[in-house]
Design a protein around this ligand. Structure first.
Ligand code: ZN
Length: 288
């Protein structure tokens, strides 16, 4: 179908001619200017482009969204939970102990988040045993927190590889929230944000930064993510019993990458929480 207002339409033709005539002087001047001042013109175009770049609005969150984030932050504190510790060694294999690696990675995440002024609390800072209920209780004492539990994986299949992130589909109200009055009333409503989006952002960053196999985000009723009132995830940073994963995990530079990915996921979540992006597609459940 031809475009409307082609040269076959007389009215349009005369209008176009007048327009051309009006622009004739300007056109000639521009042509002259282009010929004599080609280089300054290029300079002006480049300068114009730069100014456009500087003043053009970014494609990130709108001012309204940013203001909302500043006045009503998605969370105030990041509770970092290094899995296992003390008598609970966690997984072992290829000369590695899970409890040591989780503490090392948690401290790296804490350092990175601290550099961006995120207040953090660790459920343990050394090789001590902290019961799961206590880990959840630490998070439940803090208002407006998120909870990151850090682990490394183990499987009966030594070929199992990659990274995965868990969240719970439903929260169990903490025991401290139960009172006789509460017993006869409706229990405290569980948080509507269980951490699925947070899991998605962290998992995406993990895969991007490490090239590890993407085992996806998975809903599983693990104790610490289920018993924490706030959005909570459990990250599995690789398989200790897989020789290749173990070689990577043992490398400090690789653990730095894991830490950056986790911190990046947290920051993306903070920025986008008012309008959460769609998390990556969930993969089949194959975790151990
Ligand atoms: Zn573990």
């Amino acid at each position: 179908m031809p475009e409307a207002g082609t040269a076959s339409n007389p009215a349009m033709k005369s209008h176009s001619t007048a327009k051309l005539r009006r622009s004739g002087f300007l056109g000639r001047m521009c042509q002259l200017f282009r010929m004599r001042n080609a280089m300054p013109c290029v300079g002006l175009v480049v300068l114009g482009g730069c100014l456009t770049f500087i003043v053009a609005p970014d494609e990130g969150p709108t001012l309204e969204t940013r203001l909302d984030s500043a006045l009503n932050p998605a969370f105030a504190t990041v509770v970092i939970d290094p899995g296992h510790g003390g008598i609970d060694e966690g997984a072992r294999g290829n000369g590695l102990q899970e409890k040591d690696l989780t503490l090392d990675l948690a401290l790296r995440v804490e350092k990175l988040l601290g550099a961006f002024n995120f207040p953090t609390i660790l459920t343990r800072r050394d090789d001590t045993y902290v019961p799961l209920s206590e880990r959840a209780a630490i998070a439940n004492k803090i208002d407006n927190a998120i909870f990151l539990s850090i682990h490394f994986n183990h499987s009966h299949d030594s070929a199992a590889t990659g990274v995965e992130t868990f969240y719970a589909t439903a929260k169990v109200p903490p025991e401290s929230a139960w009172t006789w009055i509460g017993f006869f009333n409706k229990p405290e409503p569980a948080s509507t944000d269980v951490g699925e989006d947070l899991a998605g952002y962290i998992q995406t960053s993990l895969v991007t930064r490490t090239d590890a196999a993407n085992r996806g985000i998975k809903a599983r009723e693990l104790y610490v993510v289920r018993h924490t009132r706030c959005p909570a995830v459990l990250v599995e940073g690789g398989f200790i019993n897989n020789p290749l994963d173990a070689r990577l995990i043992a490398n400090t530079e690789y653990r730095d990458r894991l830490a950056k990915a986790i911190a990046e996921g947290v920051m993306t979540y903070q920025k986008t929480r008012p309008r959460p992006a769609k998390p990556p597609e969930k993969l089949a459940q194959t975790a151990h």
